[in-house]
Design a protein. Structure first.
Length: 381
């Protein structure tokens, strides 16, 4: 079987890294020799991990680790530092990149296939020369951001030479084909998956709870979510459950409703929150796949979302969700209110959402990965 190495820029709690750890562990269980290389971060959110993670040698940076322990008294995120995080954090603080190419290229093992998702990991792998084939899989960093952000680094990632492009959606694959100058590249579509043992339907009798995953990146459009919820609260008594990535995010808003806040929670707790909500609201401008609405569907929660490229892979307006193409708070508020008040419509949306989620089980996604790897293995013969 193939020797596969995933090289990442840093391990952190995102949907993309949750995907990474699920698929690597599933491939490991199928007998593949799988490893992860990272300059730092810890998979605290995936305690069942069995895949080896290779970090740079920390012995050279003991003084930074000591400083990190002191900083952890004030900054909780430091507790998840490892590898070169202690050095790179200085660059993050002051807005510059620390060149760790030499250290990273040394620790990459000999591999049949190396899979990367960002430009720096690509550079480290290329410098190592320890691979037979290289694949680009930017699922945690949507490729179509190239078309919306004025970043040379983003564009360069899709202009470098790679043997395979692994995509979450057909739309994404087609967009990359339009800018990739290398015609030899082969494209595979694997989609994202949902753990149906974890994300499953709860009681049908639910309170007027609206769940929102609120992130501070402008592309996630948190302001639109808040404006929508304030409008809904003027017309219906609601309670909102926020899952946030920044403890200070909520402080900037005036909220006219009852709410709870959850920060850095394990996926078991996330699944529990989905099951209690009557409606899940999602307001992102752009997504690679848009996994949270699919998790909500698997949990028997009705979905209201803005239309974005990623969600089009599975979302059908009026069938398994209500979609707003205009990204307008009045439209979204009306959709939320309709689902809160119309049990028949919500029942239809929930039922079809559950059926949709079944198509994206991790068993099905793993099978797509194995089929892809079999074809790559044929290329190596």
């Amino acid at each position: 079987m193939l020797k596969i190495t995933f090289v990442t820029n840093r391990i952190a709690l995102t949907g993309g890294f949750y995907y990474l750890f699920i698929i690597t562990n599933r491939l490991y269980e199928k007998g593949y020799e799988v490893k992860i290389v990272a300059p730092g971060g810890k998979p605290w959110f995936f305690p069942q991990n069995k895949v080896e993670i290779i970090y740079p040698d920390e012995r050279k940076i003991r003084i930074f680790k000591l400083l990190g322990k002191l900083l952890s008294l004030k900054y909780k995120s430091v507790s998840n530092f490892s590898g070169l995080d202690y050095i790179r954090a200085v660059g993050w603080k002051y807005g510059f990149d620390v060149d760790i190419t030499s250290e990273m290229s040394k620790i990459i093992p000999e591999s049949d296939l190396v899979i990367v998702g960002e430009l720096f990991p690509y550079i480290w792998v290329f410098e190592s020369r320890k691979f037979k084939k290289i694949a680009l899989f930017p699922q945690g960093y949507p490729s179509h951001r190239v078309f919306y952000e004025k970043s040379i680094r983003n564009l360069l990632l899709y202009m470098v030479r790679y043997d395979y492009y692994i995509s979450l959606t057909k739309i994404e694959a087609d967009m990359v084909k339009s800018i990739n100058p290398y015609k030899h590249t082969k494209y595979f579509i694997v989609n994202a998956g949902v753990d149906l043992d974890l994300f499953k339907a709860g009681s049908e009798n639910r309170e007027n709870i609206i769940m929102v995953i609120l992130r501070d990146e402008p592309i996630k459009n948190p302001d639109l979510a808040i404006r929508t919820l304030n409008i809904v609260s003027q017309r219906e008594k609601i309670k909102v459950v926020f899952v946030i990535n920044n403890v200070n995010l909520i402080k900037k808003y005036k909220l006219n409703f009852d709410y709870e806040i959850y920060y850095r929670i394990p996926y078991e707790k996330l699944a529990e929150l989905y099951r209690k909500a009557k409606v899940f609201l999602y307001t992102s401008r752009l997504e690679g796949f848009s996994l949270p609405p699919l998790e909500a569907m698997a949990s028997g929660t009705a979905v209201v979302s803005t239309d974005n490229i990623g969600i089009r892979e599975y979302a059908i307006n009026g069938y398994n969700c209500l979609l707003d193409k205009e990204h307008n708070e009045e439209n979204l508020a009306n959709y939320v209110l309709e689902l809160l008040r119309n049990d028949k419509l919500r029942g239809k949306i929930v039922k079809n959402g559950l059926e949709t989620a079944k198509k994206f089980s991790w068993e099905n996604i793993t099978e797509k990965w194995i089929n892809m790897l079999n074809r790559i293995e044929e290329d190596l013969k």
